[in-house]
Design a protein around this ligand. Structure first.
Ligand SMILES: *[C@@H]1O[C@H](CO)[C@@H](O)[C@H](O)[C@H]1NC(C)=O
Ligand SMILES: *[C@@H]1O[C@H](CO)[C@@H](O)[C@H](O)[C@H]1NC(C)=O
Ligand SMILES: *[C@@H]1O[C@H](CO)[C@@H](O)[C@H](O)[C@H]1NC(C)=O
Ligand SMILES: *[C@@H]1O[C@H](CO)[C@@H](O)[C@H](O)[C@H]1NC(C)=O
Ligand SMILES: *[C@@H]1O[C@H](CO)[C@@H](O)[C@H](O)[C@H]1NC(C)=O
Length: 847
């Protein structure tokens, strides 16, 4: 038996050496949470359903066990109440503290217990008559502590993180008491409290720890900033238990709360509620398909004089059950997380991956995503879940911040429920129609009048090629006539005009439209012939603080001296339309004409039937910025020859480069354009090919054989269309996207990358060139020989260091890049560049 060596109940005011710093709203919360002990959120379908009784019951079940022989492992329960209103008369942490005190006496099992309150509003502090340290935000560091220490006994640690006096919703109390707390501040304190205990509280011996975080009110009750608590706590995505409602009407409330949590990506391991004799557990269990246990507590005595001791005794079986469920769900989760990396390496075939170069321990285990961040599980790091900035925007698709992610998830859920998937040809349904209208009024405005839906970028490109070639043939009718009359089709070859370094997808047809590259070699694609006239493009880049133009070899004979076109002081100069009258424009134009010469005239066997370009940035080709003047000249030259123009905006479209469509940056319009990726915010695959009336008309006739005979099982997928419609509207509305600004009638994104830092990086001796535009920041590392090019592993050590800094990046050879979303705050982008800059220095010293 343990001996009670010294029982003392005392209140004291602690003095912290380091006053807590408060962070501004914009300061992003990038958490690192060890998972080496089970931690649960306690949610509730409504207020007053007995959340705190449930927390208390779990604590009692966990702590008040008769001492076993294995006393070497001490037991500890951490109870956290992040948000408390009605304080001090209401204090859930005090309730748990005092109840466990009396239960411990009743059962003669000694406990070490403490309860502290860390921060409160000024008025709550005053009503406690506490001499607290004040903070300018109206929040005091309260540091109230009551405790009863029994050496060697199991421990209960209760903490209230933030308290307000008024017994109303936290957002109202915070406003009334002039004591606001930002979401990220609440999260940071919560994280620190959890971490402190998880990492052993400074002690070495093994502890059997269980953590409970009890929310305030119902699942969707607002927190102090007004953010719903189910959203506020989402970055940690802690598993939860739901205290349901056993009363009349409680089934609906319980299911609604459960679904609100599931729709936000939470896992709920059990539902528990008070028995009101209505057998609510039967329909709830059926609804949950027996997957989630539903536990029923005996009726709670309503007499305020009842100290509930008997009720707790009576309920002990249920709480034991609940606790077992929580512990075993935790163990299952960790076990699964621990083997996922290995399993993946054994059964997946990853794209663009040489499996022999991926050791098991380097596989990234993604537990979830929250806005721009992955939540990554690391077994080697105290089984922690760490947030890492998704620097590749998951293959350039991602746009949402946490708020918008939740919004899109709801939209998708609704659409799936309403439509599932329905077939498209000759049909119409609201999401598809709405999406098409928005596209034509947005990225297609002023030129497109038809929307063709497909499922991804590569297929959108194939469709665009089919469209362009038909249009070309119709416009060059004599050519078509010759083909049809003489059946000489096989002697007429239709090519595309494309730029070296551009990439239009991995399907066999789309690959024909790219110049030879590491993706097209015989080993990769023996069918490849490269059906194009491929030109080397002039590129622009930032180096040593200036925008430089680099002309390819092919211009060497006709190019002016570099001084005549050389550098630009600002990026805007590069896009300036006045360059159209420059000598360079004339040279470009002459060059393109000369190249097209041998393909014109009907006697030629090869014809250029389409121009296809990735406007402004060549993505997969190494994040090269093509001189926009050159692309504009290309478009004009092709237009003059009735060669249809295709813009591949799969990567560049929808704000990736700071504008909704890069046609705005180039200052010219296509006949056909392809969009995907960010179009749905990156939530679900969907692609479109937009076309002009003239292109559409080239398919009309009275025979089905003249129609565009092409389609996809999931054409105009309702969920994709609904998501796209939502994303298109959200990104360009200044009310939902604060980064949008209107300049002379056109909407653009504000600069997201700190200009001074971008300059500084471009001056770095390890850096060859930089491109910063819209949501993209890219740099090429100085490298030579085998260190450069797509197969290079040169950037590996740099990226490894950056992962330690919480940034997830993948290289394109010796080119590395960061991509944020259209709504990402510059406050998130700045620290990324700072970390990158710092690591470049270390990389340089090592290399
Ligand atoms: C992991 O836990 C140990 C003690 O258990 C602690 O010292 C260390 O800081 C923890 N690491 C992280 C990254 O939290
Ligand atoms: C589109 O899908 C094809 C195969 O269905 C795939 O090869 C290609 O990479 C995808 N394109 C994009 C841009 O994801
Ligand atoms: C940039 O252009 C200037 C002037 O044309 C030239 O002297 C300099 O070498 C160029 N810098 C790079 C990195 O190409
Ligand atoms: C961009 O949007 C975020 C919120 O989404 C906001 O915090 C930030 O201030 C905006 N940036 C600018 C430059 O206004
Ligand atoms: C970058 O280098 C240029 C030229 O050497 C210099 O003018 C500029 O001040 C530097 N910028 C920064 C931010 O260091």
């Amino acid at each position: 038996m343990l001996s009670i060596t010294g029982v003392l109940l005392r209140h004291r005011l602690l003095h912290f050496n380091h006053p807590t710093r408060f962070f501004s709203a914009a300061s992003p919360h990038s958490s690192h949470l060890p998972l080496n002990h089970p931690t649960y959120m306690v949610w509730s379908a409504n207020t007053s359903l007995g959340k705190t009784l449930v927390s208390t019951g779990i604590a009692a079940s966990f702590l008040l066990q008769p001492p076993s022989s294995s006393t070497a492992i001490s037991r500890k329960l951490l109870y956290l109440k992040p948000i408390q209103t009605g304080f001090p008369s209401d204090s859930d942490s005090h309730f748990v503290f005092s109840k466990l005190d009396s239960l411990s006496l009743r059962h003669r099992i000694p406990l070490s217990i403490s309860n502290s309150v860390l921060r409160s509003s000024l008025s709550a502090a005053e009503s406690m008559r506490y001499n607290a340290e004040f903070n300018e935000n109206g929040i005091c560091n309260l540091n109230f502590l009551e405790e009863k220490i029994v050496t060697g006994a199991p421990e209960l640690l209760c903490k209230t993180l933030y308290a307000w006096e008024a017994a109303i919703s936290p957002h109202l109390a915070a406003e009334k008491e002039n004591a606001l707390v930002e979401d990220c501040v609440v999260l940071r304190l919560l994280e620190n409290c959890l971490k402190e205990e998880m990492n052993g509280g400074g002690k070495r011996e093994k502890t059997n720890l269980l953590c409970l975080v009890e929310t305030a009110g119902g699942v969707a009750s607002p927190g102090p900033s007004g953010t719903l608590q189910c959203d506020l706590f989402r970055p940690f995505r802690l598993p939860g238990i739901l205290v349901g409602d056993g009363r009349l009407g409680g089934i609906s409330g319980t299911i609604a709360a459960y679904e609100s949590l599931r729709n936000r990506g939470y896992d709920i391991v059990a539902v528990v509620f008070e028995d009101h004799g209505l057998v609510n557990e039967v329909p709830l269990t059926r609804y949950l398909r027996n997957k989630v246990p539903v536990l029923v507590l005996p009726p709670i005595p309503k007499d305020p004089a009842d100290d509930l001791s008997e009720w707790f005794d009576e309920s002990q079986v249920v709480f034991n059950d609940l606790k077992e469920t929580m512990v075993s769900a935790y163990l299952e989760r960790i076990e699964r997380l621990n083997v996922m990396g290995k399993q993946a390496g054994e059964i997946f075939w990853w794209p663009f991956t040489q499996h022999s170069l991926v050791p098991e321990e380097t596989v990234t285990v993604i537990d979830s995503r929250c806005g721009e961040h992955f939540s990554i599980y690391k077994a080697s790091d105290n089984n922690s879940i760490t947030q890492q900035f998704d620097g590749c925007a998951s293959w350039w698709t991602q746009g949402p911040d946490p708020t918008f992610q939740a919004e899109l998830a709801r939209e998708m859920g609704y659409t799936a429920a309403r439509f599932g998937h329905v077939m498209f040809p000759e049909n119409v349904y609201e999401p598809a129609l709405k999406c098409a209208e928005l596209l034509l009024d947005g990225v297609g405005k002023g030129w497109a009048s038809r929307v063709y839906f497909s499922d991804n970028g590569s297929t959108a490109i194939e469709i665009s090629l089919k469209m362009a070639f038909r249009k070309f043939c119709v416009d060059h009718a004599t050519l078509l006539d010759i083909c049809e009359a003489t059946e000489e089709r096989k002697h007429i070859e239709v090519k595309v005009l494309a730029l070296r370094g551009s990439y239009h997808g991995d399907t066999l047809g789309a690959m024909e439209a790219q110049a030879p590259s590491p993706y097209t070699g015989f080993l990769q694609q023996p069918w490849y012939t490269g059906r194009g006239l491929f030109l080397d493009p002039p590129t622009v880049f930032l180096s040593n603080g200036a925008w430089n133009l680099s002309l390819p070899e092919s211009f060497s004979k006709i190019a002016p001296e570099p001084e005549e076109y050389g550098t630009f002081t600002t990026r805007d100069e590069v896009f300036d339309k006045s360059r159209d009258t420059s000598i360079l424009a004339t040279i470009y134009s002459a060059f393109v004409s000369e190249q097209l010469q041998e393909y014109s005239g009907i006697t030629q066997s090869a014809h250029v039937g389409a121009l296809i370009i990735e406007p402004v940035i060549h993505g997969a080709g190494g994040m090269h910025m093509v001189d926009p003047l050159f692309q504009r000249v290309l478009v004009n030259e092709c237009r003059n020859r009735k060669i249809p123009v295709i813009f591949d905006e799969v990567f560049t479209g929808f704000w990736r480069l700071g504008v909704e469509t890069t046609a705005e940056l180039l200052g010219c319009k296509p006949d056909i354009a392809c969009f995907a990726k960010l179009m749905t915010g990156g939530m679900i695959p969907l692609a479109v090919t937009l076309a002009t009336d003239a292109v559409f008309d080239s398919f009309s006739g009275d025979s089905k054989l003249k129609a565009l005979l092409h389609g996809h099982s999931y054409s105009a997928h309702a969920m994709g269309c609904a998501t796209a419609a939502k994303a298109i509207e959200w990104f360009k509305n200044p009310e939902t996207n604060h980064n949008i600004t209107s300049q002379g009638g056109t909407l653009t994104l504000r600069e997201l990358w700190d200009e001074e830092l971008v300059q500084r990086i471009s001056n770095h001796s390890a850096v060859e060139r930089v491109v910063a535009l819209g949501t993209l920041f890219a740099l090429e590392l100085k490298a030579d020989g085998s260190n450069s090019g797509y197969a290079s592993l040169y950037a590996k050590s740099l990226l490894k260091m950056l992962r330690e800094d919480g940034i997830f990046m993948r290289p394109l050879g010796n080119v590395i890049y960061l991509m944020c979303g259209p709504c990402t705050s510059p406050e998130i982008c700045r620290p990324l560049l700072t970390k990158l800059y710092k690591r470049l220095g270390e990389f340089n010293n090592r290399a």
